[in-house]
Design a protein around this ligand. Structure first.
Ligand SMILES: [Zn+2]
Length: 309
């Protein structure tokens, strides 16, 4: 079965403004590299608009309406210090949600083995009633709830290797024993959450990494903490918050990962999905702010999802 790539040009139209690191060029750089011949075998799908009923599985409808109503006709509106809306932001955020639900549909139906959603804005910092950290709607948490509500999957795991802690995702997971969340992240760093002692109901694994940690430390953390816990949870579906800002070239953080580390972790997660749930895995783009490192890392990720590493 093929690997599915879900994206939409509307996700490039979200523009937080000149100098903002979460720039439209991030997605353009990724989609450019995905045109290379090694990705010809990838199944491609345009993301539909996310349904408000699906977003409501995670977010308060009053919050969702307020975000969409705040989208300006021209110029910019700040919803927090670093989360900025432009005229294209509402549609982009809805496409990001539609991408993950369509990817879950395709993978559960067996039309694709696994999927990568190349969308923006990112989502893992978004709380049920709060947009923050460049994130409007928490697509990965919505995907988890959607898989449970619409496909009857019971146990859904989310692994987040973005360099920042996925506080919004943890908020959704930490009170539901049928969900699992594991995160590797630089600590301390924005948003300040994600201490190792923070374990939810025993279904949350936080693996904080000191600034300067390299691929060796990252891999050991996955081998000793995250992958064994994921195996013990035994998910019916594996979701991945794929941020590439732990790369050594990233301007927003201080870890020292390289493209090969992202290929490695993707291959391990693909193996875990094969062990537990017939390989069903859906990944969504989160951060990554050095354009060259981001594109190379996303290519390594997609290539590994295809089974090429
Ligand atoms: Zn990040």
């Amino acid at each position: 079965m093929p690997t599915l790539l879900v994206t939409h040009p509307d996700c490039i139209a979200h523009d937080p403004g000149t100098g903002h690191p979460e720039a439209p060029e991030r997605l353009s750089a990724i989609l450019d590299i995905f045109k290379e011949t090694e990705f010809f075998g990838v199944l491609r799908l345009e993301a539909p608009l996310g349904r408000e009923a699906d977003i409501a599985l995670v977010h308060d409808p009053v919050f969702v309406s307020a975000v969409l109503a705040a989208v300006p006709a021209t110029g910019h509106v700040a919803v927090d210090a670093d989360t900025i809306l432009s005229p294209g932001s509402g549609t982009a955020a809805l496409r990001a949600v539609g991408a993950v639900t369509a990817a879950v549909d395709a993978v559960v139906a067996g039309h694709a083995q696994n999927a990568f959603c190349a969308v923006r804005p990112p989502g893992h910092h978004a709380e049920p009633t709060r947009a923050m950290g460049f994130c409007l709607f928490n697509a990965i948490a919505i995907a988890a709830r959607y898989a449970q509500a619409s496909h009857g999957l019971k146990r859904v795991a989310i692994v987040d290797f973005d360099v920042h802690h996925g506080n919004g995702t943890q908020t959704v997971v930490e009170s539901d024993p049928n969900l699992f969340f594991a995160s590797s992240h630089q600590y301390p760093l924005y948003p300040g959450t994600g201490a190792a002692s923070d374990i939810g109901l025993g279904n949350v694994v936080n693996a904080p990494l000191s600034a300067g940690s390299d691929g060796k430390v990252f891999r050991r953390t996955f081998e000793t903490r995250i992958l064994p816990a994921l195996d013990a949870f035994a998910p019916d579906l594996l979701l991945v918050s794929a941020g590439f800002d732990a790369h050594r070239a990233d301007p927003l953080a201080g870890l020292e990962l390289e493209e090969a580390d992202f290929a490695w972790v993707t291959a391990r997660l693909k193996e875990a999905a094969t062990r537990h749930c017939g390989g069903k895995l859906v990944s969504v783009l989160e951060g990554g702010y050095d354009l060259k490192a981001l594109a190379g890392s996303a290519a390594a990720h997609l290539s590994a999802l295809m089974g090429k590493t």
